[in-house]
Design a protein around this ligand. Structure first.
Ligand SMILES: CC(C)(COP(=O)(O)OP(=O)(O)OC[C@H]1O[C@@H](n2cnc3c(N)ncnc32)[C@H](O)[C@@H]1OP(=O)(O)O)[C@@H](O)C(=O)NCCC(=O)NCCS
Length: 373
């Protein structure tokens, strides 16, 4: 570990699709109703990707917004981690598509798959890379278009999920603070309680898998509920202990937004009033890896999160996976006005991407004529 290098969260951003789908609209599609959904989940509406929206387009917007807050140029990004449960492809990684979109020409990029816990794991990985001294600046993105993996005839799952993206910038500094402690856990024996079974190497896509709907999310809701209420408070407490803090030091808990009842159970477990917990699941549904950064952006917007506050992020999801981290909230490292010209730079990034593709084609033609090197 590099002596006294701390990993601060210095930028944040979010992006959600324009289209909103209400509970009443879902009740026209499946046998459910607004009252049932609100009572059992706390969800009132969710945002749903339009034809032009993808995990990378939403993730790219969130990343750019986060870079603007941090006043960090895409050129200076060393690492991009894309946490997603709805990647654009099995490969290439969605993070690479975002890297190209934002023109982060000096960054390594990869996806991290840990379902809804992915954002927490990704922030922990980026923070550790910074603390070790191997990189200085990272962008962590949670980006989802889960509506494309939902069976819109299955009332058990289609009421829950929404689309959107959120991002953090993490930066190295010798100032004390930033990410203080982390907890990462998993239990693969529960993998089948939240799964997209088809389309991977275990069950490759075939006409049969499509007919059977194996490319859709399948979930044992009660099992996931029991698991979530068991692990949330425990993981948060463990992270708080590891940071040598007490629950009274914590200004705000920002949990994964899956279900209001699960969050309330966690609050009871932590013996915390709901005022110290961020809840916005009513507006977005479960946006998986995007839920924590979106909730963070809204907490900042509402003035609930300020420089110097101690906070906890805690989440759970498929895998099964769960985790938590504590951080001292920082914000931008510099107060100096810095014009990044990001809009102009993005146009340049598009042009660069086009030129590189063209060059690759030309190279293919040249080498193709000459034969393999
Ligand atoms: C999915 C969930 C909301 C269901 O709530 P629940 O209180 O556990 O409901 P149950 O599954 O026990 O079902 C109760 C009844 O409601 C019915 N039901 C299920 N979905 C319904 C819907 N959308 N509308 C109306 N009724 C519904 C069930 O069929 C069942 O009827 P039955 O008793 O006649 O069989 C809840 O289990 C949950 O939130 N689980 C966690 C899911 C989650 O967070 N997943 C993502 C993790 S990252």
């Amino acid at each position: 570990m590099a002596a006294n290098t701390f990993a601060h969260i210095t930028g944040w951003g979010m992006s959600v699709p324009e289209k909103v789908l209400t509970n009443d609209e879902i009740s026209e599609m499946v046998d459910t109703n607004d009252e049932w959904i609100r009572e059992r989940t706390g969800i009132h509406q969710r945002h749903i990707a339009g034809p032009e929206d993808t995990s990378a387009s939403l993730g790219g917007e969130a990343a750019i917004a986060a870079l603007r807050v941090a006043k960090l140029h895409p050129n200076d990004v060393d690492l991009i981690i894309g946490a997603t449960s709805s990647p654009e492809y099995i490969f290439p990684a969605t993070a690479c598509i975002i890297q190209d979109k934002i023109g982060a020409v000096n960054a390594g990029a990869f996806d991290l798959s840990a379902a809804c816990t992915g954002f927490i794991f990704a922030v922990i990985m980026a923070a550790q890379a910074i603390q070790s001294g191997s990189i200085r600046n990272a962008v962590v993105i949670g980006a989802e278009t889960l509506s494309r993996f939902v069976d819109w005839t299955d009332r058990n799952t289609c009421i829950l999920f929404g689309d959107g993206a959120g991002a953090f910038v993490l930066q190295a500094s010798h100032e004390q603070g930033g990410v203080l402690s982390s907890v990462m856990r998993s239990d693969g024996s529960g993998g089948d309680s939240l799964i997209i079974p088809g389309g991977g190497s275990a069950i490759p896509t075939s006409q049969q898998t499509i007919q059977e709907g194996q490319h859709f999310i399948q979930m044992n809701g009660r099992e996931v509920y029991r698991f979530a209420t068991r692990v949330m408070a425990k993981a948060a407490n463990e992270a708080i202990d590891k940071a040598q803090l007490t629950i009274d030091d914590i200004k705000l808990i920002i949990p994964h937004q899956a279900n209001k009842r699960i969050i309330e159970a966690a609050a009871r477990g932590l013996k915390l009033p709901m005022e110290r917990i961020v809840v916005n699941v009513h507006n977005y549904g479960n946006t998986s890896t995007a839920s924590i950064p979106i909730a963070t952006c809204e907490a900042i917007e509402d003035g609930r999160l300020n420089k110097g506050d101690q906070i906890v992020f805690v989440g759970f999801g498929g895998g099964l996976t769960w985790g938590a981290l504590t951080a001292t909230w920082t914000g931008p490292l510099t107060d100096e006005p810095r014009r990044l010209h990001i809009t102009r730079y993005r146009r340049l990034a598009r042009l660069r991407s086009f030129m590189r593709r063209l060059w690759r084609r030309l190279e293919g033609i040249i080498w193709g004529r000459k034969g393999s090197p």
